[in-house]
Design a binder for this molecule. Structure first.
Ligand code: ADP
Length: 479
């Protein structure tokens, strides 16, 4: 299947439906081996401007096209993605390092956004209303305009389709800047979109230096909307750069998700779900539990069971069967885990399992559980790696305060059998999303997004399309 992935690898960008190469190129490696798997062109100001112009030129026809035709296009694109799912999964596993089975799962997840938003294209429904002025008001939901999408490396397919799906459904055109660590999945998806009949100019993928391309995209008055998934500092910078042209902005930024286990919880379920949530993408997702709080009377039991189970989580390269945790994306990511571990130990945390770089070397790290120490660091910073720090707490009020004492508010998780407590926590926790007795909250039909410095805007669900439409009123005077 590795070869199937390589067969989809294209070493060019796509501007206005045409392939673009350059003499200056960026190398992309396999995080498991450091081996270069290919190159993408290092494009800059001129190519980005060309892509923006193409998105602008394609906008009138595309935005006024029959939404049912756009739905049909989205369904054909989804069909081609399903047909190429194995190869796309393999390509993603190669450039990102995530286990192949998981990458294959991401392809299905990514495609579920395209399928969902094909339906939404058919439901761009307006309203009629009597006006107190004696008129009748009609509302239309119109495409906001050409969009810029800047996407991260942790979900190379899904972070793109949850933007492109609603954008195309609404009639928007797009310029995409994929993460330089994982550009090939985006290029392959764009190629399939063109195969499915997407008109030239509606979608461009520009590879190259992020700050340069991001600077041109945000400065352009032709780009009417920016959607970014990535870190909070870069999100803040892009929002600032988007202010002069008053772009509409969606920001899906960092989290520091609390996972709370009450004494009345099903501890085996809590352990299994902690592992499921934490080790997705080897701990590198913005909804991964970043800090686990366990009620004191069960803290030792939960932590013991967790450490036991975590010690058995199979680590290895993407194409080794049964592997659940792969390498981290970069050396820098390994250093961050080491730093967080050192600070936890220095504040009194005890390592229950793992705690070191993995014997496989390179960017592999042992799945790790610690108990105790200071949780402050984990309220402020995402570890983005396979470290689970567990902290005991005493009361519901206390843990709610600890959970909410963070600038971030993306995901949260609560384990309890008490329905009243589940509802109280679900309502009082400061986060855009709360999973109760589950570590898995992401699906195309659920609204995904944060509060506080985790950003704004929602992706997926019946709300996702709202980010790409402007409500237009047409008032008709009746005589
Ligand atoms: P991470 O640390 O997870 O890589 P980043 O926020 O740095 O998160 O990266 C997310 C995306 O933002 C990537 O596509 C990256 O290329 C892009 N990016 C990074 N710096 C900038 C910038 N100055 N302007 C625009 N995009 C940027």
């Amino acid at each position: 299947s590795r070869d199937a992935g390589l067969a989809l690898l294209r070493e060019h960008a796509l501007i206005a439906g045409e392939t673009v190469t350059a003499s200056r190129r960026i190398a992309v490696d396999d995080p498991a081996t450091d081996e270069i798997i290919g190159h993408v062109p290092d494009l800059g100001v001129e190519e980005t401007e060309r892509a923006i112009q193409a998105a602008h030129d394609a906008f009138p026809d595309w935005s006024r096209s029959d939404p049912h035709k756009r739905a049909a296009f989205l369904r054909e694109w989804a069909r081609l993605i399903d047909e190429n799912a194995e190869a796309l999964g393999a390509l993603m596993a190669l450039e990102n390092g995530k286990p192949f089975e998981e990458a294959r799962g991401e392809v299905a997840y990514a495609n579920s956004f395209i399928k969902w938003f094909a339906g939404e294209a058919e439901r761009l429904i307006g309203e009629t209303q009597d006006s107190p002025l004696g008129h009748v008001i009609l509302t239309f939901r119109e495409a906001v305009g050409p969009c810029a999408f800047i996407t991260p490396w942790n979900f190379p397919a899904a972070m793109l389709t949850r933007k492109l799906g609603p954008a195309f459904a609404a009639g928007c055109t797009a310029v995409v800047k994929p993460a330089s660590q994982t550009p090939f999945t985006a290029i392959a998806l764009a190629e399939l979109a063109h195969k499915a009949g997407l008109p030239k100019g509606v979608l461009s993928v520009v590879t190259g230096d992020a700050a340069t391309i991001g600077g041109v995209l945000t400065a352009s008055p032709l780009i009417r909307k920016l959607s970014f998934t990535g870190s909070t500092p870069i999100g803040r910078l892009l929002a600032e750069q988007s202010a002069p042209t008053l772009k509409r902005v969606s920001m899906e930024l960092g989290g520091a998700a609390p996972l709370i286990v009450f004494a009345d919880a099903d501890l085996d379920l809590a352990v299994a779900e902690t592992i499921r949530g934490k080790f997705r993408n080897s701990g590198q997702t913005c909804v991964c539990p970043n800090r686990v709080y366990v009620q004191r009377e069960v803290a030792e039991t939960y932590a013991g069971k967790l450490a036991e189970a975590v010690s058995k989580v199979p680590v290895g390269p993407a194409f080794e069967p049964g592997v659940k945790v792969g390498p981290l994306i970069e050396d820098k990511a390994v250093h961050k885990v080491l730093d967080h571990l050192a600070l936890t130990k220095a504040s009194g945390g005890e390592v229950l399992t793992g705690g070191e770089r993995h014997a496989l070397g390179g960017r592999f790290f042992q799945p790790t559980v610690t108990l105790g120490g200071d949780d402050g660091l984990f309220r402020r910073e995402e570890t983005f790696g396979p470290l689970i720090p567990v902290f005991p707490f005493d009361s519901e009020d206390e843990v709610l305060k600890m959970a909410n004492d963070s600038d971030f508010g993306l995901a949260s998780y609560v384990f309890t059998r008490d329905l009243d407590r589940a509802m109280r926590m679900g309502r009082r926790i400061e986060a855009g999303m709360c999973g109760i007795n589950t570590g898995l909250i992401s699906t195309a039909v659920a609204p995904f997004g944060g509060v506080k410095q985790s950003g704004y805007g929602r992706e997926g669900s019946i709300h996702g399309i709202d980010e790409y439409v402007a409500v237009k009123q047409v008032t008709l005077a009746l005589r």
